[in-house]
Design a protein around this ligand. Sequence first.
Ligand code: NAP
Length: 308
Amino acid sequence: MSDPRTTWHILGAGSLGGLWAARLARAGAPVRLILRDRGRLAAYRQAGGVTLVERGQARLYPLDAETTDDPAPIRRLLLACKAYDAEGAIAALAPRLTGDAEVVLLQNGLGSQEAVAARVPQARCILASSTEGAFREGAWRVVFAGHGHTWLGDPLDLAPPHWLAELEQAGIVHDWSLDILGRLWRKLALNCAINPLTVLYDCRNGALQQHPAELATLCDELGELLHTCGQAAAAEGLHEEVQRVIRATAANYSSMHQDVAQGRRTEIGYLIGHACAAAERHRLVLPHLAALHQRLLKHLNQRGLPSH
Ligand code: NAP
């Protein structure tokens, strides 16, 4: 049975954090946002809450909020910041987590989850991979842009948590995955094949159809990497799926393209950066992937954007 009294602490009132917070709260779950500092808390209070825009309709959710250094214990935490902020954020919250705490990690890519888990050995870390789409239209205002699916799983404990029922009630479409690492690796491989090229060619996803040989070579190398990392299932049909995704999202700019175009930091270190680091650890030579990584690093560097 779900315990309705356990509060969902949500760190990061950004796109996904706001989207989860609003849906959980309107389904009756207790929700508290955790904001960076008193300045952000004051700005949030001034705004009166998080606004979620769905199908053109805006609704304000006046959710409770606090700062990281609030003393109240945390039993259930949704970590909804970017991958590069996750370790620092959890380090600040670690003293507040109870012995039976559960932490849901929404970060894209790989690498941040391990870093977070190492900071909170007392907690159960549940990994998530989501195809939902949301963006910030303004301060404390989130647009639910694309319905999707969220997979959750725990590589160390295959038993699903009881609170999945709360996600169901909140309309958060999800499945419990017995192979969440495989899912995260697969998504990372798709990202490595598509996103860096869209940045370097400065194009929409669909324009990559003009570079079939480059895509095929990258998919071969990514497949090799997945096999070497013990993720053979994630390698199956990768090239076909990359082609399918490119066709299905032909008119879209990838998330990395959008980040670079808007001068925002990318999650490169947890995507192609993580893939190249894993290859190096296994002494696996993947020349095209490594060259793509270097070209992307140079591109970001020229724009004053971080390389990790
Ligand atoms: P976002 O809109 O940039 O929101 C991140 C939030 O985290 C911001 O509100 C930021 O606060 C907050 N934050 C960072 N460090 C913090 C700290 N130490 N204490 C408190 N708050 C902190 O990011 P997002 O798009 O939701 O992405 C979150 C993760 O989900 C990423 O890994 C992303 O790749 C993944 N994801 C996103 C989507 C999507 O559609 N957005 C889809 C799938 C996966 P400030 O406002 O103060 O900067």
